[in-house]
Design a protein around this ligand. Structure first.
Ligand SMILES: NC(=O)c1ccc[n+]([C@@H]2O[C@H](COP(=O)([O-])OP(=O)(O)OC[C@H]3O[C@@H](n4cnc5c(N)ncnc54)[C@H](OP(=O)(O)O)[C@@H]3O)[C@@H](O)[C@H]2O)c1
Length: 248
């Protein structure tokens, strides 16, 4: 289903959140194109499951919120042609219950980890000329929902960070783009259904003209953004929502 992006053959690409959901789908799609991969996540056994589908994969288990583990990843990664930042959580909280703990729980992994990781890789010259960076953001960066204040803020911050990379690193042809998915069937979807209830989720899902997404739908767009087919795109936020916002 992914098409053929021949230029990804042999490219070295880091995928975070590769132990499940969208990150695992991106990793498998890139492996199909012949990319060389560094996969990271916290759960070693699920990371191994993703990696076993392809021989030339390096696995580095890391909690990206821990500076020492992030630095280990940076130091043990060879120069990259691309990154797909998928690690993230949703953790909904009503605005009035947000305290430092809830704020840092989301901001640390959704914003601080991918931005500090990218900055460190750039500083250590571990992104090759022409590299492509993809951040998995969310439609929540621009659209509110009850309980989404911190999640929306984390993704909006990520998009702002991405746009600045686009300006600062265009001279090296380093590109950066954000994917804004609507609801995708992954662990986050299961957790959201547990919190909001099956009835509410079913009602919401009905607003998607093409139904809710699968991880492979996001992987498909990530492949395009990581390949040279998107060579004139940088600093963009691309909505991928099965038509949800078309009717809003
Ligand atoms: N599913 C949706 O509806 C949806 C919609 C819009 C955007 N997104 C975004 O898509 C991205 C991927 O989410 P998903 O839906 O694929 O959910 P998922 O299946 O729960 O995957 C989340 C991934 O993030 C990793 N992760 C979480 N905390 C981490 C930490 N501290 N350090 C390192 N890795 C960590 C997890 O690794 P371990 O399990 O190994 O800890 C896991 O691989 C997220 O950024 C999410 O915000 C999802």
């Amino acid at each position: 289903m992914f098409g053929n992006y021949a230029d990804l053959q042999g490219k070295m690409i880091l995928v975070t959140g590769a132990s499940s959901g969208i990150g695992a789908a991106v990793a498998l799609a890139l492996a199909e194109q012949g990319a060389r991969l560094v996969l990271t996540g916290r759960d070693k056994s699920r990371l191994a499951l993703t990696a076993q589908r392809h021989p030339s994969i390096t696995r580095i288990a890391a909690d990206l919120c821990v500076a020492a583990e992030r630095n280990f990843l940076v130091d043990n990664t060879e120069a990259l042609d691309g990154i797909c930042h998928c690690a993230g959580i949703s953790a909904p909280f009503p605005v009035k219950f947000v305290r430092e703990k809830q704020q840092s729980q989301i901001m640390d992994i959704n914003f601080s980890a991918p931005s500090l990781l990218t900055s460190a890789l750039l500083y250590k010259k571990k992104l090759n000329v022409g590299a492509s960076i993809v951040f998995v953001s969310s439609i929540a960066s621009a659209f509110a929902y009850k309980g989404g204040a911190m999640y929306s803020a984390s993704k909006a911050a990520l998009e702002a960070y991405s746009r600045n990379i686009a300006i600062e690193h265009a001279s090296q042809r380093i590109r950066t783009n954000c994917i804004r998915p609507g609801i995708v069937r992954t662990g986050i979807y299961d957790e959201t259904t547990r919190i909001y209830g099956e009835k509410l989720m079913a009602e919401h899902n009905n607003f998607y003209p093409l139904g809710i997404g699968e991880p492979e739908d996001v992987a498909s767009l990530a492949l395009f953004l990581l390949s040279r087919a998107s060579r004139w795109m940088t600093g963009a936020n691309i909505t991928l929502d099965g038509g949800l916002l078309a009717g809003k």
